[in-house]
Ligand binder design. Structure first.
Ligand code: 5GP
Ligand code: ZN
Length: 113
């Protein structure tokens, strides 16, 4: 399958990995939108949140606990961070492998202006 994030999970495409376990991998975004900007993905190919099957639902809570752990290790848990998930065309998803962005170390305006 021609999926860039599957290739990153396989190590076929190099990335700046910051966390890895049996089920997920986290790596820095190639085009960071904040001083800290990493992505957390399941190693299993799941196209998007909209395509998540009941049998895979536990991966989402696992990803959120991994985000909690990483942000604590990076010392940004206190100041805070933003988690972004883009789903499908209207959601602006460009890579069709479910992923969660984590952005920190910049005061982020909401709604974006
Ligand atoms: P999306 O727009 O699908 O939510 O986000 C995809 C993200 O993946 C973008 O922020 C983009 O910079 C990042 N990205 C795309 N290709 C690569 C890659 O090969 N390596 C890394 N580290 N990030 C990538
Ligand atoms: Zn994939």
């Amino acid at each position: 399958m021609d999926c860039v994030f599957c290739k990153i999970a396989d190590g076929e495409i190099p990335s700046d990995v910051i966390y890895e376990d049996q089920k997920v991998i986290a790596f820095n975004d190639l085009d960071p939108q904040a001083p800290i900007h990493f992505l957390v993905i399941p190693k299993k190919h799941i196209e998007s949140l909209a395509k998540l099957d009941e049998e895979d639902k536990d991966i989402v809570s696992h990803i959120f606990m991994v985000i909690k752990k990483i942000t604590e290790n990076l010392n940004v848990a206190e100041d805070g961070y933003r988690i972004v998930n883009n789903t499908g065309e209207d959601g602006g998803q460009t890579v069709k492998h479910m992923h969660f962005h984590v952005l920190a170390k910049r005061s982020l305006q909401w709604p974006p202006g």
